[in-house]
Design a protein around this ligand. Sequence first.
Ligand SMILES: Nc1ncnc2c1ncn2[C@@H]1O[C@H](COP(=O)(O)OP(=O)(O)OP(=O)(O)O)[C@@H](O)[C@H]1O
Ligand SMILES: [Mg+2]
Length: 307
Amino acid sequence: MNDFVIEAKQLTKIYGKQKAVNCVNLHVRKGRVYGLLGRNGAGKTTIMKLILGLTSVTSGEVAVFGQNIRGREKRVFPRIGAIIETPGFYPNLTGTENLEIFAKLRGTAAPGAVKNALEIVGLPCKDKKLFGKYSLGMKQRLGIANAILHDPELLILDEPTNGLDPIGIAEVRDFIKRLSSEQGKTILISSHILSEIALLADDIGIIDCGVLLEESSMNELKKRNSKYILLQVSDVPKTSLILEREFHTKDYSVQDEHTLRIYDTSLNMGEINKFLVMQNITVTSSGLCNDTLEDYFKKITGGEGIA
Ligand SMILES: Nc1ncnc2c1ncn2[C@@H]1O[C@H](COP(=O)(O)OP(=O)(O)OP(=O)(O)O)[C@@H](O)[C@H]1O
Ligand SMILES: [Mg+2]
């Protein structure tokens, strides 16, 4: 048994001749916030629809709570809260009235569920304002309130901050974080904004043209994209040994047979270069690099950035 709440294996969706999702292997771990990052048309919504069984799988498979959702919807849906595209609220009813209807439809019996959900997303309860008169930000919040109404273990949120102003984005980010840290929810969230995912997610999946290019923890990704010294030498094994024995650092990685990255930037590179040369190691180049996540994203998608 693993602790994946969602696991996709070779998941593929073909529309006509287009592979909207192409052999995706995705792993969402329990209690984590997983950010699915990709530009418009990358395949984010399609992946979420496949997970939820809202569209049929062409090939591959996807398991939620360890099993395929198809045929088990009645048992599994109460454990999931999702917003994929805008939910159909009634414009001539208030937010509270709308949620009360959805709560009844779903059989959410918990007293105070509507009030609680509204509170979490920062909307007033028993407010007289009709949904039709809501701003976009309020509509988004009501959508999320509706998704958390039945206290699900897993939340699937497709671009929940779309169209919000910067303060609204920060507020939504804040309560999504709280749902994870205080209530232990597992959350899959999509976005096309790198900075947003970077601030929110524990794990990240980068998707482009239907292909999941990268899946890693945010910490790992940040580490790989912080400041480092790029060192090109004639003998990498010998250089590694010297770094460890003479300069007492293990904070480096080997890139290829001639290249190392040293993450401990406090080291005296002049001394290191001198030492290496004395040991007959040719230093072709050595310099400080500062790749940002943005650079990294551009590099792996081969594009000109995303935010
Ligand atoms: N029902 C459909 N029929 C045909 N093609 C579709 C359908 N749904 C999505 N696609 C195509 O699949 C690709 C992926 O679409 P998807 O909506 O999953 O992307 P996305 O990453 O969610 O994009 P966005 O950021 O714009 O929401 C796109 O090229 C889209 O045109
Ligand atoms: Mg989408």
